[in-house]
Write a protein that binds this ligand. Structure first.
Ligand code: SF4
Length: 393
């Protein structure tokens, strides 16, 4: 199969329009994961799911109207458990419902335990041009602790294969693991950078309610680094990635300039996106309204709803201007480029409270970029939620 030619369209700086498709199945459930992912011991009927994705797309297309797609993201779950034919059907469906120019970013998440060359080539032939690998750690002890099914050898094999087959690739690591020292993390991060191409996602381990880690943590059987240690790990991450040419463009995402994830930029620039599949969220402009959509999380219930009603939406909320302004701030302050103040003022109908802004400026948590943008400083990023809450009031 000939691989499609690919040259990434330049980033216009605009929010864009993304399509997110959620594949909700995994081979095993990781103990820290609170994503909408499910383990099934019977084979999943992929044709039936693909048909339902297409049906729900048709409904989302009615909401969004005609749009030019600027990125597609196949997330999960573990989308690399999909057959290439399923991926091809989904991408064909998107192209039928919206305009999908050549050169847009089409990302698929993949797990090193479910990677093999033939399938990777099949995804590439279907149109996927960027893969995001869930590597998570580069030592076997921590991979086991994180409940991952792969070891370091599998991860390195997957990275090599992804580099060979896809024009763009990224991988994720989780840090701030129990007993992780700054020195050990620095060493692991340098090793990761030596395998990276132009993008890395580096997340701190968070203990989410309802997960096995949450129970262990509450029982005192799982100790994670405290705030000070996490801050040291975060600072080391920023310093090393910046020095190595992969600076943060978002709290947890690092790229060489121009290699930022277009899809995630759409979220953080508060653009529109259609969320397809079980438990997917979307933001769609419909006339003068902006609608937040959410679908049924349980895969089989979602499937039945789509087959019956044409969609699995359980929530369609019209967002007020104030809510949109808060969301814009919440998303935009994650970015190094910050938020467009004129857009925020238009939505919220006001300027940032001068006293609150002054206090945050004095403490060095935020800074102005000329008169038009506001962003968090590196120390502000460490207390991002508090900064957002302060400005949004
Ligand atoms: S592979 Fe990813 S989505 Fe699946 S359970 Fe693990 S962390 Fe969650």
């Amino acid at each position: 199969m000939a691989e499609p030619a690919y040259s990434l369209l330049p980033d216009t700086g605009e929010p864009g329009f993304g399509v997110y498709v959620h594949w909700p199945f995994c081979a095993a459930k990781c103990p820290y994961c609170d994503f909408n992912s499910h383990v099934r011991h019977q084979p999943v009927d992929q044709e039936r799911f693909a048909a339902a994705f297409l049906k729900e797309m048709a409904t989302m297309r009615q909401f969004s109207g005609p749009k030019v797609v600027t990125s597609v993201f196949l997330g999960g779950g573990t989308p690399s458990l999909m057959k290439p034919e399923t991926v091809a059907a989904i991408l064909d469906g998107i192209a039928r419902h919206w305009h999908m120019p050549d050169g847009i970013e089409i990302t698929m998440e993949a797990n090193p335990s479910s990677v093999e060359a033939t399938r990777f080539r099949g995804y590439r032939a279907a149109g996927v041009n960027r893969v995001s690998l869930g590597v998570q750690a580069l030592n076997d002890r921590d991979l086991k602790f994180l409940g991952r099914l792969h070891d370091v050898e599998d991860a390195l094999k997957a990275i090599r294969l992804a580099r060979e087959i896809f024009p763009r690739m990224s991988f994720d690591l989780i840090y701030a693991r129990p007993e992780q020292t700054v020195e050990a993390w620095e060493q692991e991060l340098r090793q990761a950078i030596s395998y990276a191409v132009d993008h890395l996602s580096l997340y701190q381990l968070t203990i989410e309610e309802g997960t096995p880690f949450f129970g262990l943590h509450r029982a005192g059987k799982l100790i994670v680094p405290d705030g000070d240690q996490s801050a040291l790990l975060y600072e080391a991450t920023q310093e090393i990635t910046a020095r190595e040419g992969l600076p943060a463009y978002e709290v947890s995402n690092h790229a060489r300039p121009g290699a930022e994830s277009r899809h995630n930029l759409t979220y953080w620039r508060y653009g529109d996106y259609a969320g397809i599949g079980p438990g997917a969220h979307g933001r769609l402009s419909h006339g003068a309204n902006r609608i937040a959509t959410a679908t049924e999380r349980k895969p089989e219930s979602w499937l039945e709803m789509v087959e019956r009603d044409g969609h699995g939406m359980i929530d369609q909320e019209i967002l007020g201007y104030e809510e949109q302004a808060d969301e814009l701030l919440l998303m935009g302050l994650r970015l190094k480029e910050g938020v467009d103040l004129a857009r925020w003022q238009e939505l919220s109908g006001r300027d940032p409270d001068p006293r609150r802004e002054e206090t945050l400026l004095e403490h060095g948590f935020i800074e102005r970029l000329g008169n038009s943008r506001l962003r968090c400083t590196p120390s502000g990023m460490l207390i991002l939620d508090a900064v957002v809450a302060d400005l949004a009031c």
